[in-house]
Design a protein around this ligand. Structure first.
Ligand code: 13P
Length: 254
């Protein structure tokens, strides 16, 4: 496992027919690395297409969401077992777009985190405050509540496999990146909360990613912070050159 983790969240972008050529380009530009792990999370219809491209590569496959049940009458949903069957290893959960547009609540996200861990998937749990919450000075409290609720019923030995992504809502897709110091301040806060919940050794092991307008130009400064263990990249992950140079920056910081 690499020390740093860089995750591409394509969101609702790229057609299934564009997926193979794009991944081929990415694989040419991203060499296998010892200290950096890379995960690509395409939309659901492209997962089965991406799987054979990534199968023998050092890039892992992730999904952007899932339901918690194994199977059954849940129209429109996708189960953890289906993701595993496509060789996905990671799943983004509780993204702020899921929470604000699709009404996902924290107790529901907690069920998804538990299901991901129970099924051998790595949950990438997203947390982060809105602009208003930060203006009101409530950002630490908000992120703490999000983590405590979403991580309810997670045993310490399971928590080791968890990834947390701090994505301040005001920095997502806005071009307004958190300064490295501001991001580090929250990452340090998250690390100490994880220490309280799971103990020092596990808290050190859990990777805390920063997300929100990460690009090649700011990646290095962010990845150099002591509690920033990589990035969750949206817009910039849709450009192979930009994404591979973000990964190259991670490599030089690892
Ligand atoms: P951007 O990198 O486009 O700001 O998106 C961040 C994000 O939401 C990743 O999950």
């Amino acid at each position: 496992m690499g020390r740093l983790l860089v995750v591409a969240n394509w969101k609702m972008n790229r057609l299934p027919s564009e997926t193979g050529p794009f991944l081929r380009q990415l694989l040419e530009q991203i060499p296998p690395m010892q200290h950096v792990s890379v995960v690509v999370c395409p939309p659901f219809p492209s997962l089965a297409i991406a799987a054979p491209f990534l199968e023998k590569s050092s890039i892992q496959l992730g999904a952007q969401n899932m339901f918690w049940e194994r199977d059954g009458a849940f129209t429109g949903e996708v189960s953890p077992a289906m993701l595993r069957d496509l060789y996905a290893t990671h799943v983004i959960l509780g993204h702020s777009e899921r929470r604000s547009i699709f009404g996902e609540t924290l107790p529901l996200i907690a069920l998804k985190v538990q299901a991901a861990l129970a099924n051998g998937l790595v949950p990438i749990l997203c947390v982060g405050e809105s602009a208003k919450e930060r203006d009101d000075g409530r950002q630490f409290w908000v992120v703490e509540q999000q983590l405590i609720t979403a991580l309810e019923n997670i045993a310490t030995d399971q928590a080791r496999r968890l990834v947390v992504a701090y994505e301040p809502v005001w920095a997502i897709g806005t071009g307004k990146t958190a300064t490295p110091a501001l991001a580090q301040e929250m990452h340090g806060h998250i690390r100490s909360l994880l220490q309280r919940l799971f103990g020092d050794a596990v808290a050190r092991h859990i990777r805390i990613l920063y997300g929100g307008s990460v690009k090649a130009a700011n990646a290095m400064d962010l990845f150099q912070q002591p509690d920033i263990d990589g990035g969750l990249v949206g817009g910039a992950s849709l450009d192979a050159n930009e994404f591979s140079s973000i990964v190259a920056h991670a490599r030089s910081c690892a």
